[in-house]
Design a protein around this ligand. Sequence first.
Ligand code: ADP
Ligand code: MG
Length: 332
Amino acid sequence: DKTHVPIAREEKIMVLVRLRPLNEKEILANEAADWECINDTTVLYRNTLREGSTFPSAYTFDRVYRGESPTRQVYEDGPKEVALSVVKGINSSIFAYGQTSSGKTYTMTGITEFAVADIFDYIFKHEDRAFVVKFSAIEIYNEAIRDLLSPDSTPLRLRDDPEKGAVVEKTTEEILRDWNHLKDLISVCEAQRKIGETSLNQKSSRSHQIIKLTVESSAREFLGRENSATLIASVNFIDLAGSERASQALSAGSRLKEGCYINRSLLTLGTVIRKLSMGRQGHINYRDSKLTRILQPCLGGNARTAIVCTLSPARSHVEQTRNTLLFACCAK
Ligand code: ADP
Ligand code: MG
């Protein structure tokens, strides 16, 4: 008997915006930082003279973070609550969205580590329940799914299960022992992800990585009995492909260059998120990509979602930064 815990349907997607500092390379190249957080909620484009007044220069969100703000603060303000809902039986997804080099991996790695520490902390404080935490990790590259815990690079199949929805077949699942075990598993994933990197140009900027934790628990006093209600839910930590993959495909228009790679998963995620944020009741196109099919139970409906949009302040990235802000505005 799997208990399903409902939450308010109209609950919005949480959107946080994080501006990274100029990096060493950009400083050495004398790049100007054109974007600034002027307070806790507003990102401002400072170079309006150059651009004229044809686009808004101030973008306001629930929270914005300047480069110096630690990942811990970003985590505490939103992703924490979303991730910890997993111990109560509520599915969730936490995304990092932004162009390549804007800080997605930096942000998502920190969030994942903090969340796992907090989940284990919760488990230790709730001895009345027996918990099992399972870890799995996959990569979606060119709509092919790969197990990041397995040396076998054969694509995994996605099967429709009448009860569970889309299931990735034969994914390796490890029972997560503690925080150190997480670090070990993440190293395995990183090594797997690097294989083939040199032969496939810029693979890491084109692929999505999903770390999934599934938490199961039941009350110890009813353990083994027929009426023991089991809570089961998953939280997904998603390090998305660089968002330039979406805008390049869009700006190329209907006549795409031959061989031009469209990141179907990223484009579909964008439309799914937009529809969810508008509270649309009708058809949502989850089935149009692997990423959205896999995440469907953890997106919309009863699930909770947080998106951290990462930005580069560099002048040379202004186009992509604006695209990311427009995505963030649509998602909130
Ligand atoms: P992405 O995954 O979006 O391609 P990364 O997370 O790899 O980008 O970040 C690119 C570089 O910038 C890395 O060297 C990373 O350590 C650094 N970086 C990103 N965000 C921050 C930040 N908020 N503060 C300090 N350094 C950052
Ligand atoms: Mg990255």
